[in-house]
Write a protein that binds this ligand. Structure first.
Ligand SMILES: [Zn+2]
Length: 263
């Protein structure tokens, strides 16, 4: 069943493999529907910043109860930290995992997400990076019911694995100003940043091994999360992550086409 392109939307989820090219499609949605991008990456950075600014230099493992496989109660954490500010407490919890390079458990990610989803009155957002697991999908569905809001559709930016690998391993970044290059499509100037002449580097996340592991994580964890939302009635618009001619107009048209054909 084809859909009319909706004139107004409440919230939209954008999903896809890491490196599929979500950002240009998010830009289209933000502009067309006057939405705000809510990215889990930004949420984490904000909370980690809240905690870092608080300037606590104790050992975080004291907040972890090994036997219970959980944090000690918030009350005790607050006492130890010397603040009841929930943004500092949540920031500590996020940092505890990130610092050790551990996978952040869903219940922490859910709590961080909810605090920002709430900030906008539960509408007008493009959810970027959430939900990524089945548990997160279930949490989100409860949340939208509880808050009497909606997710209109999922925009799924889809690209074949080999194209993503090809594209990502040739990515280079300027460690000084953050400008992103590509050895083929947007090469640096003899290995140097075209803005500030700093030698460009490959991010440690952009090796083939790391890329493959992220692709696998998408398949194993995120696909079931999308299926679950689709089965519960949220339509999915699938948009190609690669276009023969990558222009702003082509990106825009392909996104609107996908929305028209979603099911
Ligand atoms: Zn630079």
């Amino acid at each position: 069943m084809a859909h009319e392109i909706p004139e107004k939307v409440t919230n939209v989820i954008v999903t896809g493999k890491s490196g599929a090219g979500k950002q240009p499609r998010i830009d289209v949605l933000v502009e067309k529907y006057e939405l705000e991008q809510l990215s889990t990456g930004d949420i984490f950075r904000t909370y980690l910043g809240n905690f870092d600014n608080y300037d606590y230099d104790g050992d975080l493992s004291r907040f972890w109860n090994e036997k219970e496989d959980d944090f000690i109660p918030d009350k005790e954490i607050a006492k130890e930290l010397g603040t009841e500010d929930s943004s500092v407490i949540l920031g500590m919890k996020a940092k505890f995992f990130v610092e050790q390079g551990l996978f952040v458990p869903d219940r922490i990610t859910n709590a961080l997400f909810e605090s920002f989803f709430g900030k906008k009155g539960y509408k007008g957002q493009v959810l970027d990076g959430y939900p990524r697991t089945l548990d997160q999908s279930k949490y989100l569905l409860n949340l939208i019911e509880e808050k009497n809001t909606d997710v209109d559709f999922i925009l799924w930016v889809d690209s074949p694995d080999d194209l993503i690998i090809q594209r990502t391993i040739k990515r280079r970044i300027c460690p000084e100003c953050g400008k992103v290059f590509h050895l083929e499509y947007k090469p640096p100037d003899e290995g140097k940043c075209t803005e500030c002449s700093t030698e460009v580097i490959q991010r440690s996340d952009d090796t083939e091994e790391k890329i493959r592991s992220r692709l696998n994580e998408f398949k194993v964890k995120t696909l079931p999360a999308i299926d679950y939302l689709r089965e519960s009635g949220i339509p999915v618009a699938k948009v190609p992550g690669h276009l023969e001619e990558f222009t702003e107009e082509n990106v825009r048209r392909s996104v609107l086409d996908a929305i028209e054909k979603m099911e």
